[in-house]
Design a protein around this ligand. Structure first.
Ligand code: ATP
Length: 700
């Protein structure tokens, strides 16, 4: 016999008193060991609409709801609660195997849905075009609509109507109908469902289909239960959406790019992929998981430990630390080198100034600085021939062939001056590393995974490419172009990475945040055009959250004192209500925006955590004080975005008005992305506050 656990079962368990939780753990263990044991009575209940559901005794007053097999040997543990509440939960539920999707579906009995429609649908006399009228019954069945619900689905008028009955539908059905209404093609949806099915024919084996594992899994130990007893359930370790699972266990001809809006489980998919690779690699093979910042690297290390990934052959490092280590290991430069921006040395513009002080040139230091960064380093231009041919896309001002020769002259002088100081650009070291690895055919790793890939530049992507031989499953790259907040140009083809067509995948379910917060986040960037890093348009819609919550608020106060009083007052109530300080974040566009909130927390004796260069400093478990840049990649139950007004979002600076249009638009777009990042960090609740005039980025 087998016992499968419904993912929602754990939500019912979390809300029970600790003593009862322990009894439930014992109960399920006993059941797993022997479903026929004398202590377990499975009682059919007359009022249950689904006759395969049984009630089982956990103790005098608590009952578990179990589905017994109609054929085969598999039981399903579905819910646990106080006797009456457990019965109430089970009474109108239907649990039904769907052959078309190979998944167990859980939904409200059709008569419940019909009743709901009587109260919500528009006047029956009005001729309204129904939302799914263009699809045949067969098509709707193929995307997982249970046949008994077809009549109800047929009368839905619009997306709002669909959202209203979400809680009555099987989750996979709701998702697919949502996508269909949102413009997805039925063929694509059917294709994805087929991919999640197994070829196994026995009923018991089909229960292990990718589609079914989304909500029903077998557990062979008590790990998940122990997490609940410790108050730290991490469902992402056990349950994966089919779209995640396919990426995790898949075999790919080469590189794979996974994109998806904030909170769609990209990092989770990459972590599981790392575990899969580490369990399936040959001995001696090496895996790298890299990202952009130190803070995210620390987070990845923690999550990898949570997932109990074997650390043998595994490196988790941010790209800078890794590249510098390799440059040193391969002795590519003298030991006393210094890097612009990392060491306290002159900046590169000062070196250009030195060069120009001995030259009569029509080019100024700003132009040369940018030409060097955006053309010479970007394309790793090594000589005049290459420079004469190098594309100068995005540089604005065109220059003639003769002018290019003049510029190259200056570049050589700049290189010589820089060399006497042993100063390097970071990208220069990266280019050296790439050239070395390619020339020696030395490959540092066998598999490389990258998170937050939108933060990488092409130079960094070339490093990634050179670290691993081109082969099946070599690169697994996850990121979200909409979260691109640094001004870096990315083009995968130019970096030698092929992720065209079927090698680009997308995740769409937002696991982090409520639908209300997700909607606000997407409204900020919906009018902007984003590139998918291959010159095509990145979608800014089509994402869905599966839970709801309070609508985000945006309040403008008359004074800073009022704003801080309100935010700190709300935080004090949250703490009284049982929230932990580390579950709360206050975030602002600039560091200075946090100052008053820090003082107010201090005065109230509420612990707070500050961040420097992405790492926590001082108290580790306090209310988090973060800039929008630092909050990237993280998440908190309660988020307060403070100091938000028309001067901070977009962040105003004196010469903003006089920037050329293209630069201004690019700036506005990156400021919107930054706010989108900040908004999308909230799990349960988001409050936006400020003084002065409202920012027009926030439409609430
Ligand atoms: N299959 C899953 N089941 C339950 N929770 C999940 C699942 N996948 C992801 N999550 C949760 O959703 C949240 C967001 O996941 P994750 O950080 O992987 O998203 P992301 O796409 O990398 O987000 P971002 O781009 O905003 O950083 C996390 O709390 C994670 O634990």
């Amino acid at each position: 016999m087998k016992l499968l656990f419904y993912d929602k079962f754990f939500e019912s368990l979390i809300n029970l008193p600790k003593g009862i939780q322990k009894k439930v753990v014992d109960f399920q263990r006993k059941f797993r060991e022997n479903s026929k044991s004398s202590g377990i009575h499975l009682e059919p209940i007359q009022s249950f609409k689904d006759s395969s559901l049984r009630s089982a005794r956990v103790d005098q007053t608590y009952r578990a709801i179990i589905k017994v097999p109609e054929s085969g040997e598999t039981y399903f543990l579905l819910w646990v609660d106080h006797h009456d509440k457990a019965y109430e939960w089970a009474t109108n539920k239907v649990f039904q195997w769907n052959e078309n999707t190979q998944s167990m579906q859980v939904f409200a009995a059709p008569e419940v849905l019909e009743k709901e429609f009587e109260s919500t649908q528009e006047d029956g006399l009005k001729e309204v075009q129904k939302l799914f009228s263009e699809y045949s019954n067969d098509e709707l069945l193929r995307i997982g609509v249970p046949d008994v619900l077809l009549p109800s689905i047929r009368i839905i008028d619009n997306l709002d109507g669909l959202e209203k009955i979400e809680k009555f539908l099987p989750q996979d059905t709701f998702e697919n109908l949502f996508y269909l209404a949102d413009g997805a093609s039925i063929e694509q949806l059917v294709f994805e469902i087929e991919e999640g099915k197994t070829e196994a024919v026995s009923a018991d084996e089909q229960l292990a289909s990718i589609n079914n594992q989304r909500s029903f899994i077998e557990l062979t130990d008590d790990d998940l239960f122990n997490e609940i007893l410790e108050g730290n359930l991490r469902k992402w370790k056990y349950y994966l959406h089919p779209s995640q699972r396919k990426l995790v266990d898949g075999s790919f001809a080469g590189a794979v790019k996974v994109s998806g809006g904030a909170g769609t489980g990209k990092t989770v998919a990459a972590l599981h992929r790392m575990k899969f690779l580490s369990e399936n690699k040959s001995s001696g093979e090496k895996i790298l998981f890299t990202t952009y910042t130190k803070a995210l690297t620390e987070n990845l290390r923690k999550l990898a430990a949570d997932l109990e990934i074997d650390s043998k052959g595994l490196t988790i490092s941010n790209i800078d630390a890794l590249a510098f280590d390799l440059v040193k290991n391969f002795a590519l430069i003298k030991h006393d080198y210094k890097v612009f921006g990392l060491h306290s040395i002159k900046d590169s513009k000062e070196i250009w100034e030195e060069v120009l002080s001995t030259e009569l040139s029509p080019f100024d230091q700003d132009f040369l600085f940018q030409e060097y960064e955006q053309v010479i380093l970007y394309h790793d231009v090594k000589n005049i021939e290459e420079y004469l041919k190098a594309p100068r896309i995005g540089r604005g001002r065109a220059i003639s062939r003769t002018q290019r020769k003049d510029v190259w002259n200056l570049v050589q002088k700049y290189n010589n001056t820089k060399a006497t100081y042993r100063f390097y650009h970071k990208e220069e070291l990266y280019n050296l590393l790439v050239n070395f690895l390619e020339a020696h055919e030395t490959k540092a790793f066998d598999y490389v995974l990258v998170d937050e890939l939108q933060d990488f530049s092409n130079v960094e992507l070339r490093v990634i490419r050179s670290l691993v031989p081109e082969k099946a499953n070599d690169l697994f790259l996850v990121g979200d172009p909409l979260q691109k907040i640094y001004d870096k140009r990315i083009n995968f083809s130019q970096a030698g990475i092929n992720v065209r067509g079927k090698r680009s995948k997308r995740l769409r379910i937002n696991y982090r945040t409520t639908e209300e917060i997700k909607k606000l986040a997407f409204s900020i960037i919906s009018n902007e055009h984003y590139d998918d890093f291959e010159g095509e348009k990145e979608e800014t819609g089509g994402y869905v959250s599966l839970f709801h919550g309070k609508k985000p608020q945006y309040t403008i106060f008359h004074s800073k004192n009022q704003e801080t009083d309100y935010v700190i007052g709300e935080i004090a109530s949250l703490l009284e209500g049982g929230y932990k300080p580390e579950e709360i974040a206050i975030s602002s566009r600039i560091k200075n925006g946090l100052k008053d909130f820090k003082s107010a927390l201090h005065l109230k004796g509420i612990p707070y955590t500050e961040y420097e260069q992405g790492s926590k400093v001082g108290h580790q478990n306090g209310v988090n004080l973060l800039t929008f840049h630092n909050i990237k990649g993280l998440e908190f139950k309660q988020v307060f975005l403070v100091d938000v007004n028309d001067r901070t979002s977009p962040r105003h600076f004196e010469t903003l008005g006089s920037l050329p249009d293209t630069q201004k638009q690019a700036y506005i777009k990156s400021e919107k992305s930054l706010l989108y990042v900040a908004v999308s960090r909230a799990i349960q609740r988001l409050e936006v506050t400020g003084i002065g005039t409202k920012s027009n980025f926030v439409n609430i």
